[in-house]
Design a binder for this molecule. Sequence first.
Ligand code: GLN
Length: 391
Amino acid sequence: MLQRSVVAGRTAVFTESVIREMTRLAMEHGAINLAQGFPDFPAPEFVKRAAIAAIEADLNQYAITWGSPRLRRAIAEKTARHYGLSYDPETEITVTCGATEAMMASLLALVEPGDEVVVFEPFYENYVPDAAMSGAVPVFVPLRPPEYTFDPAELRSAFSRRTKAVIVNTPNNPCGRVFTRAELDVIASLCHEFDCLAVTDEIYEHIVFDGRRHVPLASLPGMRERTVAISGISKTFSVTGWRIGYVLAPAHLSAAIRKVHDFLTVGAPAPLQEAAAVAIEEADARGYYRELEAMYAANRDLLVEGLRAAGFRCHSPEGAYYVMADFSPLAFEGDDVAFARFLTEKVGVAPVPGSSFYRHGEFGRTSVRFTFSKSRATLEEAVGRLRRAFA
Ligand code: GLN
Protein backbone atom coordinates (compact mmCIF):
# COMPACT_ATOMS: atom_id res chain seq x y z
CA MET A 1 0.00 0.00 0.00
CA LEU A 2 1.30 3.38 -0.97
CA GLN A 3 1.86 5.30 2.27
CA ARG A 4 1.80 8.83 0.98
CA SER A 5 -0.65 10.98 -0.90
CA VAL A 6 0.33 10.78 -4.56
CA VAL A 7 -2.33 12.88 -6.26
CA ALA A 8 -1.03 16.35 -7.07
CA GLY A 9 -2.72 19.22 -5.31
CA ARG A 10 -3.43 21.00 -8.59
CA THR A 11 -5.99 18.34 -9.47
CA ALA A 12 -7.91 18.95 -6.26
CA VAL A 13 -9.25 22.38 -7.18
CA PHE A 14 -11.37 21.25 -10.11
CA THR A 15 -13.77 18.42 -10.90
CA GLU A 16 -14.36 16.34 -14.00
CA SER A 17 -16.24 18.11 -16.78
CA VAL A 18 -19.90 18.49 -15.83
CA ILE A 19 -20.73 18.91 -19.53
CA ARG A 20 -19.33 15.50 -20.44
CA GLU A 21 -20.89 13.95 -17.33
CA MET A 22 -24.28 15.15 -18.60
CA THR A 23 -23.54 13.48 -21.95
CA ARG A 24 -22.95 10.20 -20.11
CA LEU A 25 -26.20 10.64 -18.17
CA ALA A 26 -28.10 11.43 -21.38
CA MET A 27 -26.80 8.23 -23.00
CA GLU A 28 -27.62 6.15 -19.95
CA HIS A 29 -31.26 7.37 -20.02
CA GLY A 30 -31.70 7.64 -23.77
CA ALA A 31 -32.34 11.39 -23.40
CA ILE A 32 -31.85 13.95 -26.17
CA ASN A 33 -28.44 15.47 -25.49
CA LEU A 34 -28.81 19.24 -25.43
CA ALA A 35 -25.98 19.31 -22.89
CA GLN A 36 -22.71 18.99 -24.79
CA GLY A 37 -22.22 21.46 -27.61
CA PHE A 38 -21.56 19.33 -30.66
CA PRO A 39 -23.63 18.84 -33.82
CA ASP A 40 -25.69 15.68 -34.41
CA PHE A 41 -25.78 16.34 -38.17
CA PRO A 42 -23.16 15.59 -40.84
CA ALA A 43 -20.08 17.73 -41.44
CA PRO A 44 -19.91 19.48 -44.86
CA GLU A 45 -19.31 17.04 -47.69
CA PHE A 46 -16.39 19.02 -49.21
CA VAL A 47 -14.57 18.95 -45.89
CA LYS A 48 -15.09 15.22 -45.37
CA ARG A 49 -13.91 14.50 -48.93
CA ALA A 50 -10.73 16.46 -48.25
CA ALA A 51 -9.98 14.39 -45.14
CA ILE A 52 -10.51 11.13 -47.01
CA ALA A 53 -8.28 12.35 -49.85
CA ALA A 54 -5.54 13.31 -47.39
CA ILE A 55 -5.49 9.84 -45.85
CA GLU A 56 -5.55 8.21 -49.28
CA ALA A 57 -2.59 10.38 -50.25
CA ASP A 58 -0.83 8.98 -47.16
CA LEU A 59 -0.55 12.18 -45.21
CA ASN A 60 -0.42 9.96 -42.17
CA GLN A 61 2.75 10.96 -40.35
CA TYR A 62 3.43 13.85 -38.00
CA ALA A 63 2.78 17.24 -39.48
CA ILE A 64 5.26 19.98 -38.62
CA THR A 65 4.72 20.66 -34.92
CA TRP A 66 3.42 24.22 -35.49
CA GLY A 67 0.91 22.96 -38.05
CA SER A 68 0.93 22.07 -41.72
CA PRO A 69 2.24 24.99 -43.84
CA ARG A 70 -0.86 24.91 -46.01
CA LEU A 71 -3.20 25.19 -43.03
CA ARG A 72 -1.21 28.01 -41.44
CA ARG A 73 -1.28 29.85 -44.78
CA ALA A 74 -5.04 29.35 -45.09
CA ILE A 75 -5.58 30.68 -41.55
CA ALA A 76 -3.39 33.72 -42.26
CA GLU A 77 -5.26 34.54 -45.47
CA LYS A 78 -8.66 34.12 -43.89
CA THR A 79 -7.76 36.25 -40.87
CA ALA A 80 -6.49 39.02 -43.16
CA ARG A 81 -9.56 38.80 -45.41
CA HIS A 82 -12.17 38.80 -42.65
CA TYR A 83 -10.62 41.02 -40.03
CA GLY A 84 -7.81 42.97 -41.73
CA LEU A 85 -5.31 41.39 -39.34
CA SER A 86 -2.02 40.06 -40.67
CA TYR A 87 -0.19 37.18 -39.01
CA ASP A 88 2.97 35.54 -40.29
CA PRO A 89 2.32 31.81 -40.74
CA GLU A 90 6.03 31.11 -40.16
CA THR A 91 6.23 32.64 -36.70
CA GLU A 92 2.83 33.74 -35.44
CA ILE A 93 0.40 30.88 -36.08
CA THR A 94 0.35 27.57 -34.20
CA VAL A 95 -2.07 24.73 -34.90
CA THR A 96 -3.14 22.84 -31.76
CA CYS A 97 -5.33 19.91 -30.71
CA GLY A 98 -8.49 21.98 -30.50
CA ALA A 99 -9.00 25.37 -28.89
CA THR A 100 -8.83 23.49 -25.59
CA GLU A 101 -5.13 22.74 -26.02
CA ALA A 102 -4.57 26.22 -27.44
CA MET A 103 -5.88 27.79 -24.21
CA MET A 104 -3.94 25.44 -21.93
CA ALA A 105 -0.68 25.82 -23.88
CA SER A 106 -1.08 29.62 -23.94
CA LEU A 107 -1.61 29.92 -20.20
CA LEU A 108 1.23 27.50 -19.42
CA ALA A 109 3.49 29.51 -21.70
CA LEU A 110 2.58 33.00 -20.53
CA VAL A 111 1.37 32.94 -16.94
CA GLU A 112 3.58 32.62 -13.85
CA PRO A 113 2.21 30.83 -10.79
CA GLY A 114 0.43 33.46 -8.69
CA ASP A 115 -0.36 35.77 -11.61
CA GLU A 116 -3.97 36.85 -11.76
CA VAL A 117 -6.20 36.19 -14.75
CA VAL A 118 -9.49 38.06 -15.13
CA VAL A 119 -12.40 35.79 -16.15
CA PHE A 120 -15.96 36.87 -16.97
CA GLU A 121 -18.66 34.87 -15.22
CA PRO A 122 -20.57 32.80 -16.41
CA PHE A 123 -17.51 31.22 -18.04
CA TYR A 124 -16.77 28.19 -20.16
CA GLU A 125 -15.89 25.46 -17.66
CA ASN A 126 -12.33 24.91 -19.00
CA TYR A 127 -10.95 28.22 -17.81
CA VAL A 128 -10.87 27.26 -14.13
CA PRO A 129 -8.86 24.03 -14.60
CA ASP A 130 -6.68 25.87 -17.13
CA ALA A 131 -5.91 28.51 -14.51
CA ALA A 132 -5.33 25.88 -11.82
CA MET A 133 -2.92 23.86 -13.96
CA SER A 134 -0.93 26.93 -14.95
CA GLY A 135 -0.89 28.28 -11.39
CA ALA A 136 -2.93 31.36 -12.27
CA VAL A 137 -5.36 32.87 -9.82
CA PRO A 138 -8.71 33.61 -11.52
CA VAL A 139 -10.47 36.85 -10.62
CA PHE A 140 -14.15 36.80 -11.63
CA VAL A 141 -16.24 39.61 -13.05
CA PRO A 142 -19.98 39.05 -13.49
CA LEU A 143 -21.86 39.34 -16.76
CA ARG A 144 -25.30 40.13 -15.39
CA PRO A 145 -28.48 38.58 -16.79
CA PRO A 146 -30.73 39.09 -18.61
CA GLU A 147 -28.46 40.97 -21.07
CA TYR A 148 -25.16 39.60 -19.74
CA THR A 149 -23.35 42.93 -19.77
CA PHE A 150 -20.56 43.92 -17.38
CA ASP A 151 -20.19 47.03 -15.26
CA PRO A 152 -17.01 48.85 -16.45
CA ALA A 153 -16.20 50.01 -12.91
CA GLU A 154 -16.52 46.47 -11.59
CA LEU A 155 -14.31 45.19 -14.40
CA ARG A 156 -11.71 47.84 -13.64
CA SER A 157 -11.61 46.88 -9.97
CA ALA A 158 -10.71 43.30 -10.97
CA PHE A 159 -7.49 44.53 -12.62
CA SER A 160 -4.33 45.24 -10.64
CA ARG A 161 -0.54 45.07 -10.90
CA ARG A 162 -0.89 41.32 -10.45
CA THR A 163 -3.10 40.90 -13.55
CA LYS A 164 -1.29 39.04 -16.32
CA ALA A 165 -4.18 38.47 -18.67
CA VAL A 166 -7.90 38.75 -19.24
CA ILE A 167 -9.74 35.87 -20.90
CA VAL A 168 -12.33 37.13 -23.37
CA ASN A 169 -14.82 34.69 -24.89
CA THR A 170 -17.05 36.34 -27.47
CA PRO A 171 -19.41 35.06 -28.85
CA ASN A 172 -19.87 33.63 -25.38
CA ASN A 173 -20.39 30.11 -24.15
CA PRO A 174 -22.70 29.68 -22.16
CA CYS A 175 -24.72 32.92 -22.32
CA GLY A 176 -24.60 33.79 -26.05
CA ARG A 177 -23.39 37.34 -25.52
CA VAL A 178 -21.49 39.03 -28.37
CA PHE A 179 -19.48 41.95 -26.98
CA THR A 180 -20.06 45.30 -28.68
CA ARG A 181 -17.23 47.45 -29.96
CA ALA A 182 -17.75 49.75 -26.96
CA GLU A 183 -17.36 46.85 -24.51
CA LEU A 184 -14.23 45.67 -26.29
CA ASP A 185 -12.87 49.23 -26.07
CA VAL A 186 -13.27 49.13 -22.28
CA ILE A 187 -11.43 45.80 -22.09
CA ALA A 188 -8.68 47.05 -24.42
CA SER A 189 -8.11 50.24 -22.44
CA LEU A 190 -7.72 48.20 -19.23
CA CYS A 191 -5.18 45.94 -20.97
CA HIS A 192 -3.20 49.06 -21.88
CA GLU A 193 -3.55 50.68 -18.48
CA PHE A 194 -2.46 47.56 -16.58
CA ASP A 195 -0.01 46.43 -19.28
CA CYS A 196 -1.45 42.94 -19.53
CA LEU A 197 -2.38 40.39 -22.17
CA ALA A 198 -5.75 39.39 -23.57
CA VAL A 199 -6.33 35.72 -24.32
CA THR A 200 -9.37 35.48 -26.56
CA ASP A 201 -11.50 32.40 -27.16
CA GLU A 202 -13.10 33.08 -30.55
CA ILE A 203 -14.20 29.55 -31.36
CA TYR A 204 -17.77 30.80 -32.17
CA GLU A 205 -16.55 33.66 -34.42
CA HIS A 206 -18.75 32.49 -37.32
CA ILE A 207 -21.91 31.93 -35.30
CA VAL A 208 -23.35 35.43 -34.78
CA PHE A 209 -26.95 36.49 -35.37
CA ASP A 210 -29.18 39.34 -36.53
CA GLY A 211 -26.59 41.11 -38.65
CA ARG A 212 -24.00 41.37 -35.86
CA ARG A 213 -20.34 40.93 -36.68
CA HIS A 214 -17.66 39.33 -34.60
CA VAL A 215 -14.92 41.87 -33.80
CA PRO A 216 -11.61 40.30 -32.77
CA LEU A 217 -10.08 42.13 -29.80
CA ALA A 218 -6.72 42.04 -31.63
CA SER A 219 -8.18 44.33 -34.30
CA LEU A 220 -8.53 47.24 -31.84
CA PRO A 221 -5.77 49.86 -31.82
CA GLY A 222 -2.63 48.62 -30.07
CA MET A 223 -4.17 45.24 -29.18
CA ARG A 224 -2.54 42.94 -31.71
CA GLU A 225 0.77 43.05 -29.83
CA ARG A 226 -0.85 42.01 -26.54
CA THR A 227 -3.49 39.54 -27.72
CA VAL A 228 -3.32 35.78 -27.94
CA ALA A 229 -6.23 34.89 -30.23
CA ILE A 230 -7.60 31.35 -30.15
CA SER A 231 -10.00 29.71 -32.57
CA GLY A 232 -10.42 26.49 -34.51
CA ILE A 233 -12.57 24.62 -36.99
CA SER A 234 -14.58 22.46 -34.53
CA LYS A 235 -17.70 24.59 -34.31
CA THR A 236 -17.52 26.34 -37.67
CA PHE A 237 -17.24 23.13 -39.69
CA SER A 238 -19.08 20.77 -37.30
CA VAL A 239 -16.03 18.58 -36.66
CA THR A 240 -15.55 18.82 -32.89
CA GLY A 241 -13.93 15.38 -32.79
CA TRP A 242 -11.17 16.29 -35.22
CA ARG A 243 -9.38 18.43 -32.65
CA ILE A 244 -8.04 21.18 -34.88
CA GLY A 245 -7.58 24.53 -33.15
CA TYR A 246 -5.09 27.34 -33.49
CA VAL A 247 -3.43 30.28 -31.74
CA LEU A 248 -2.48 33.60 -33.35
CA ALA A 249 0.01 35.67 -31.36
CA PRO A 250 3.03 37.93 -31.91
CA ALA A 251 6.21 35.94 -32.61
CA HIS A 252 7.80 36.21 -29.14
CA LEU A 253 4.58 34.93 -27.50
CA SER A 254 4.04 32.29 -30.18
CA ALA A 255 7.60 31.01 -29.63
CA ALA A 256 6.81 30.21 -25.98
CA ILE A 257 3.39 28.74 -26.82
CA ARG A 258 4.96 26.55 -29.52
CA LYS A 259 7.45 25.05 -27.06
CA VAL A 260 4.66 24.06 -24.66
CA HIS A 261 2.51 22.76 -27.53
CA ASP A 262 5.39 20.67 -28.90
CA PHE A 263 5.91 18.81 -25.64
CA LEU A 264 2.23 18.52 -24.76
CA THR A 265 0.96 16.98 -27.99
CA VAL A 266 3.62 17.24 -30.77
CA GLY A 267 0.87 18.23 -33.14
CA ALA A 268 -2.70 17.96 -34.33
CA PRO A 269 -3.82 15.08 -36.63
CA ALA A 270 -2.00 15.52 -39.95
CA PRO A 271 -4.66 14.46 -42.49
CA LEU A 272 -7.31 16.47 -40.69
CA GLN A 273 -5.10 19.55 -40.88
CA GLU A 274 -5.12 19.19 -44.67
CA ALA A 275 -8.90 18.97 -44.66
CA ALA A 276 -9.05 22.00 -42.34
CA ALA A 277 -6.95 23.92 -44.86
CA VAL A 278 -9.41 23.05 -47.65
CA ALA A 279 -12.36 24.03 -45.42
CA ILE A 280 -10.89 27.45 -44.68
CA GLU A 281 -9.66 28.03 -48.24
CA GLU A 282 -13.07 27.31 -49.79
CA ALA A 283 -15.61 28.46 -47.20
CA ASP A 284 -16.00 32.06 -48.39
CA ALA A 285 -16.44 31.22 -52.06
CA ARG A 286 -19.01 28.56 -51.17
CA GLY A 287 -21.05 31.04 -49.10
CA TYR A 288 -20.57 28.58 -46.25
CA TYR A 289 -20.40 31.05 -43.34
CA ARG A 290 -23.68 32.74 -44.31
CA GLU A 291 -25.44 29.39 -44.51
CA LEU A 292 -24.07 28.36 -41.14
CA GLU A 293 -25.30 31.55 -39.52
CA ALA A 294 -28.76 31.27 -41.05
CA MET A 295 -29.06 27.63 -39.97
CA TYR A 296 -28.07 28.41 -36.38
CA ALA A 297 -30.26 31.52 -36.22
CA ALA A 298 -33.27 29.36 -37.15
CA ASN A 299 -32.25 26.74 -34.55
CA ARG A 300 -31.93 29.44 -31.93
CA ASP A 301 -35.43 30.75 -32.64
CA LEU A 302 -36.91 27.26 -32.55
CA LEU A 303 -35.34 26.45 -29.18
CA VAL A 304 -35.89 29.85 -27.53
CA GLU A 305 -39.55 29.94 -28.58
CA GLY A 306 -40.02 26.35 -27.45
CA LEU A 307 -38.42 27.03 -24.07
CA ARG A 308 -40.57 30.11 -23.53
CA ALA A 309 -43.70 28.21 -24.52
CA ALA A 310 -42.79 25.55 -21.94
CA GLY A 311 -42.49 28.25 -19.28
CA PHE A 312 -38.76 28.95 -19.08
CA ARG A 313 -37.43 32.51 -19.00
CA CYS A 314 -34.58 33.09 -21.44
CA HIS A 315 -32.79 35.84 -23.27
CA SER A 316 -32.31 35.20 -26.98
CA PRO A 317 -28.57 34.62 -27.61
CA GLU A 318 -26.66 36.98 -29.95
CA GLY A 319 -24.14 34.34 -30.96
CA ALA A 320 -22.61 30.90 -30.26
CA TYR A 321 -25.00 27.95 -29.90
CA TYR A 322 -26.19 27.87 -26.32
CA VAL A 323 -28.99 29.40 -24.30
CA MET A 324 -29.14 29.86 -20.54
CA ALA A 325 -32.70 29.19 -19.41
CA ASP A 326 -34.12 30.23 -16.05
CA PHE A 327 -36.47 27.54 -14.77
CA SER A 328 -37.75 29.40 -11.70
CA PRO A 329 -41.18 30.07 -13.30
CA LEU A 330 -41.70 26.28 -13.45
CA ALA A 331 -41.86 26.02 -9.66
CA PHE A 332 -39.56 23.00 -9.55
CA GLU A 333 -38.54 22.02 -6.03
CA GLY A 334 -34.78 21.67 -6.19
CA ASP A 335 -31.61 23.28 -7.52
CA ASP A 336 -30.14 23.31 -11.03
CA VAL A 337 -28.36 19.98 -10.56
CA ALA A 338 -31.58 18.28 -9.44
CA PHE A 339 -33.49 19.94 -12.28
CA ALA A 340 -30.93 18.87 -14.92
CA ARG A 341 -31.14 15.31 -13.61
CA PHE A 342 -34.95 15.41 -13.59
CA LEU A 343 -35.08 16.71 -17.17
CA THR A 344 -32.65 14.04 -18.33
CA GLU A 345 -34.24 11.10 -16.52
CA LYS A 346 -37.94 11.97 -16.56
CA VAL A 347 -38.47 14.34 -19.51
CA GLY A 348 -35.79 12.92 -21.83
CA VAL A 349 -33.91 16.15 -22.55
CA ALA A 350 -30.44 16.69 -21.05
CA PRO A 351 -29.15 20.20 -20.24
CA VAL A 352 -26.09 21.34 -18.23
CA PRO A 353 -26.67 22.68 -14.68
CA GLY A 354 -26.16 26.45 -14.66
CA SER A 355 -23.91 26.40 -11.61
CA SER A 356 -21.14 24.71 -13.62
CA PHE A 357 -20.48 28.04 -15.32
CA TYR A 358 -20.03 29.98 -12.08
CA ARG A 359 -17.36 30.05 -9.41
CA HIS A 360 -20.05 30.82 -6.88
CA GLY A 361 -22.53 28.17 -7.93
CA GLU A 362 -25.49 29.96 -6.33
CA PHE A 363 -25.65 32.34 -9.31
CA GLY A 364 -26.51 29.45 -11.58
CA ARG A 365 -28.87 27.67 -9.20
CA THR A 366 -32.04 28.48 -11.12
CA SER A 367 -30.71 28.02 -14.65
CA VAL A 368 -29.64 25.32 -17.05
CA ARG A 369 -27.84 25.58 -20.38
CA PHE A 370 -29.24 24.04 -23.56
CA THR A 371 -27.36 23.80 -26.86
CA PHE A 372 -29.04 24.28 -30.23
CA SER A 373 -26.19 22.67 -32.19
CA LYS A 374 -28.59 19.94 -33.26
CA SER A 375 -30.75 19.16 -36.27
CA ARG A 376 -34.22 20.72 -36.46
CA ALA A 377 -35.79 17.30 -35.97
CA THR A 378 -33.85 16.80 -32.73
CA LEU A 379 -34.74 20.27 -31.46
CA GLU A 380 -38.42 19.86 -32.39
CA GLU A 381 -38.60 16.58 -30.50
CA ALA A 382 -36.85 18.13 -27.47
CA VAL A 383 -39.13 21.17 -27.45
CA GLY A 384 -42.18 18.89 -27.76
CA ARG A 385 -41.06 16.88 -24.73
CA LEU A 386 -40.50 20.04 -22.69
CA ARG A 387 -43.89 21.50 -23.59
CA ARG A 388 -45.68 18.27 -22.78
CA ALA A 389 -43.88 18.13 -19.43
CA PHE A 390 -44.51 21.71 -18.30
CA ALA A 391 -46.91 23.72 -20.40
N1 GLN B 1 -17.62 23.40 -25.94
C1 GLN B 1 -18.62 22.38 -25.85
C2 GLN B 1 -19.63 22.73 -24.76
O1 GLN B 1 -19.49 23.72 -24.11
C3 GLN B 1 -18.00 21.04 -25.62
C4 GLN B 1 -17.42 20.89 -24.28
C5 GLN B 1 -16.46 19.77 -24.22
O2 GLN B 1 -16.86 18.64 -24.07
N2 GLN B 1 -15.20 20.07 -24.36
O3 GLN B 1 -20.55 21.98 -24.59
